[in-house]
Design a protein around this ligand. Structure first.
Ligand SMILES: NC(=O)C1=CN([C@@H]2O[C@H](COP(=O)(O)OP(=O)(O)OC[C@H]3O[C@@H](n4cnc5c(N)ncnc54)[C@H](OP(=O)(O)O)[C@@H]3O)[C@@H](O)[C@H]2O)C=CC1
Ligand SMILES: N[C@@H](CC(=O)OP(=O)(O)O)C(=O)O
Length: 384
């Protein structure tokens, strides 16, 4: 890693402060999430986009030839002519970090191989989220879970000193755990969460669901999604416990049992997952809708305080208008790096209900991975 002097001001980056310069690679660089990584990393103050990986179908081609570019912005000029490589660690030996936007069918073995080659892997895929030694991190919620990494490294055979895997969450889970964490921080533990999702088609990757299935329609099933939301929420909002012998484990919110029920739907929206939640707090009486609005708007995560360059200015934007947030109007605010909450009101069955909108490809995927890596650099977890 080398350093350079930042010329960018604002958004947590102080002009004149020495900035790390770290070579990074993107696995699955041609996919929906991969394209978002390319856009974000081509202009990153610390991370230098050094290698691109995709399937053997794309390897050996220039990026502009391999990719079916679907972003509103053009392919960054610095990336157009870059070569795409097979996802083999030897091609990425000059990188310290790889971001993975790999299809889950390929991600397991490839990410294991990159970790074994002592690379720091930040993955969007579901494969390792349930591993008891892999942190499942939503950057505004549980960066403290990075503390499990030395245990992950020491239990591998052979043990590693640098390489690790960090995953980020399912995109629908990410959207809800950010406001839920803000509520728990302000008002103590939650007891019940009911969530109904309306998920964008880009969540299924490209080409995704056929137009004849989704236009003029709602599909009330997304395979595996409800179980992921119900399970991942507990791992993320729970703590890390340590036994008398020093073994760490994720406590799954065990000290205050939390029950989560999810119902997932695919809707004809291109980007942006909308989710309707009702929650019950342990504390009686529960907070009022106005107290909830104030707590959500005031939520300031460590990622912001520590100076992560990709952390948005407003983590949670609370809308007062009765018909917001909406995907078309709100998904691009702050480049999709925050979450939008609206319609905070009393729930006659539980305590409070509200609507969340989050950009599934940005904070639901690539942006989260990048902020996770920024946190890992700031906390000294990525070797320099
Ligand atoms: N889309 C979303 O909103 C979210 C997606 N995710 C997760 O992120 C990951 C990527 O999703 P998404 O971008 O939507 O998927 P896409 O299908 O759009 O892209 C998949 C990528 O994986 C590559 N790939 C496929 N097979 C192989 C292989 N055998 N070896 C190497 N590379 C391969 C593809 O390369 P090629 O072009 O050469 O085929 C492509 O770059 C998935 O695990 C998904 O579950 C997580 C959160 C949100
Ligand atoms: N299943 C999500 C996107 C996704 O890929 O999720 P996961 O990374 O948990 O498999 C959606 O369809 O919107």
């Amino acid at each position: 890693m080398s350093t350079a002097t930042a010329a960018i001001e604002g958004d947590g980056i102080e002009s004149g402060r020495s900035q790390p310069q770290i070579n990074v690679g993107v696995l699955g660089a041609t996919g929906t999430v991969g394209q978002r990584f390319i856009t974000l990393l081509s202009n990153h103050p610390w991370f230098v986009l050094h290698r691109l990986g995709a399937s053997p179908r794309s390897a050996g081609k220039k990026y502009r030839e391999a990719v079916n570019w679907k972003q509103a912005n053009a392919i960054p000029s610095s990336v157009r002519e870059m070569m795409v490589y097979e996802c083999k660690p030897e091609h990425f030996s000059e990188c310290a970090i790889v971001f993975s936007g790999l299809d889950a069918d390929a991600a397991g073995d490839i990410e294991t191989a990159f970790r074994a080659a002592d690379l720091c892997v930040f993955s969007n895929a579901k494969n390792y989220r349930r591993d008891p030694n892999v942190p499942l991190i939503v950057p505004f919620v549980n960066p403290s879970h990075l503390s499990i990494i030395p245990q992950q490294q020491s239990l591998l055979s052979p043990p590693l000193s640098k390489g690790f895997i960090v995953t980020n969450a399912n995109c629908s889970t990410t959207g809800i755990v950010i406001p839920l964490a803000a509520l728990e921080r302000a008002f103590g533990p939650l007891e019940l969460v009911l969530v109904t999702t309306m998920q964008a088609i880009s969540g299924a990757g490209y080409p995704g669901i056929s137009s004849l299935d989704i236009l003029d329609n709602v599909v009330p099933h997304i395979s595996g999604e409800e179980e992921k939301i119900e399970w991942e929420t507990l791992k993320i909002l729970g703590g890390v416990s340590e036994s008398d012998t020093g073994v760490k484990s994720f406590d799954m919110h065990a000290r205050h049992p939390l029950r989560v029920s999810a119902s997932c739907n695919r809707v004809p929206v291109i980007d942006g997952h909308t989710e309707c939640l009702s929650v019950r707090f342990a504390r009686r009486p529960p907070p009022s809708p106005q107290q909830v609005r104030e707590a959500l708007a005031a939520f300031t995560p460590d990622a912001k305080a520590l100076g992560c360059p990709s952390a948005p200015r407003h983590t949670i934007t609370v809308h007062e208008e009765p018909d917001r947030p909406q995907p078309r109007l709100d998904r691009s605010y702050q480049d999709g790096a925050g979450v939008n909450v609206g319609r905070v009101r009393q729930c006659p069955v539980l305590d409070i209900k509200f609507v969340v909108l989050s950009n599934n490809v940005s904070i639901g995927a690539a942006t989260s991975s990048i902020i996770n890596a920024e946190l890992a650099v700031l906390k000294g977890v990525v070797p320099t």
